[in-house]
Write a protein that binds this ligand. Sequence first.
Ligand SMILES: [Zn+2]
Length: 307
Amino acid sequence: MTGVTTLPDRRLLLVHAHPDDESIGTGSTMAHYAATGAHVTLVTCTLGEEGEIHVPALAQLAADQADQLGGYRIAELDAACAALGVTDHRFLGGAGRYRDSGMMGLPTNEHPRAFWQADLDEAAGYLLEVIREIRPQVMVTYDENGFYGHPDHIQAHRVAMRAYDLAAAEGIAPAKVYWTAMPLSVLAAGMDQFVESSDNPFAGIEDVSELPFATPDEQIAARIDATDQHAAKQAALRAHATQIPPTSWLYTIAGSFGGEFMGVEYYTLAKGEKGPGSGPYGWEDDLFAGIADLGPDRAPAAAAGLR
Ligand SMILES: [Zn+2]
């Protein structure tokens, strides 16, 4: 490693569960910060071995056949990161250390390497190593429910928050931690638009507040408008072809709403102090808003005294 002194002043760390989560949930944010000179580090916790395969020619990669989907998805993630302009990507504990646990309640949850079975301190220790090296001011992960309840997303949340505590004990915690979120008002607008859609993510939902990830607008802390990066996000989504079929509602969103729906992402603030914002709820437009100690000197000076 070349050391933290060579890193840009603003450093953003994202902790995601599977390849494709980074693009679906935070792709525009990542592309925005990479394009504006921040250092963007993505840590992905599993290889996504248990994912469905939407490319028929690759069906035999599946977990119950060749069980090679995870390796294939490393290449998909590489391509997605390239589309987002993100060059620093790691797998938690190294590629394959933790396996995709599959949906909640499935026997795959019990696999010895399943991320759901991970020892929290061990897994958080791997993330702490990244925090020590990069010294991010901002970390992004999911809420306690993992945004929508997948065990690996819940575990990613737990590992990230444990790593935050371990980093705090060393005096190197990120200044802010954000969780991905969707404002109720945005979901309500989206639900109306999808009524006629064949792949309707809201099918069977009568009220958007029933959705596990629906967040009251007043609880949102940041709205990152990376509309100018929506094409990069779409390219990253297309890189995950085994997971996201061309008929996906994600592309319907892009078609119906244009760049804004694809390019704007929202967050709640879990740790740190909210910076200045605007609008009725004071939403920040920058994850680094209000952070005073940005700069290259902070990391090496403090890190020198660490074990
Ligand atoms: Zn996922």
